[in-house]
Ligand binder design. Structure first.
Ligand code: AMP
Length: 219
């Protein structure tokens, strides 16, 4: 399956992508995760990325497109498809993705738009905690770890992303509304868009998505 998860920061794209990827054995490509890894790599590119990310701004299209294009060439993607999480985020990125898939004679199967209220987004992101070691996502209220600050799965340390503060979340929402929202129309016009509610509880939304994929003959 070749899938794009679209929606504002905090819609739960990463959470759903991880579960779908695990259960359906489809590679999960999160540009945010790739950039966080590169940012922490101590390279010049990493320092460059840190500037954008700290401010909640988008990394320039050329850098993003190049990184995703490289990832899409790997064998696992050719065999099993992909779940794109956080990409594309601009019209230019969407056009580049379409072109590169077309070149390989393939296309996206569906785009899921996780429509989410601002209230949910703020509550989720400011309370989100991530495991430093395995990347699993917790929430101080909604998905608390058994032991505060420690990952239930691998014992790694949980941390708050520096762009999950209220101020940066508001900036990220502004950037989303300015640059990413228009992709909803872009995919809608191509009849690829399926809208679901990102306000739903994780397990319930997973069931909705699973049913939808079944109906579309993607499972
Ligand atoms: P995310 O984890 O998806 O919220 O991404 C974290 C940050 O990485 C974003 O705020 C951007 O600075 C950067 N980023 C991730 N994906 C993209 C993208 N497709 N285009 C531009 N910047 C991105």
């Amino acid at each position: 399956m070749r899938l794009v998860l679209l929606g504002p920061p905090g819609a739960g794209k990463g959470t759903q992508a991880k579960v779908l990827s695990n259960n359906l054995k489809i590679p999960h490509i999160s540009t945010g995760d790739i950039f966080r890894e590169t940012r922490d790599s101590g390279t010049e590119l990493g320092d460059n990325l840190a500037d954008y990310m700290k401010k909640g701004l988008l990394v320039p299209d050329e850098i993003v497109n190049q990184i995703v294009a490289q990832r899409l060439q790997k064998d696992d993607i050719k065999d099993s498809g992909f779940i794109l999480d956080g990409y594309p985020r601009t019209r230019q990125q969407a056009a580049v993705l379409d072109e590169s898939l077309e070149k390989d004679g393939i296309r996206l199967d569906t785009v899921i738009y996780m429509k989410t209220s601002n209230e949910t987004i703020l509550l989720r992101l400011t309370g989100r905690r991530v495991c430093k070691r395995c990347g699993r996502i917790f929430h101080v209220k909604n998905i608390p770890p058994k032991q505060e600050g420690i990952c239930d799965f691998c014992g790694g340390e949980l941390y708050q992303r520096e762009d999950d503060t209220r101020e940066t979340v508001l900036k990220r929402l502004e950037v989303y509304n300015d640059q990413t929202r228009e992709l909803i129309d872009y995919y809608d016009q191509k009849h690829m868009l399926n809208t679901v509610s990102g306000d739903m509880e994780v397990r319930k939304l997973y069931d909705v998505l699973y049913e939808l994929f079944g109906k579309e003959g993607l499972l």
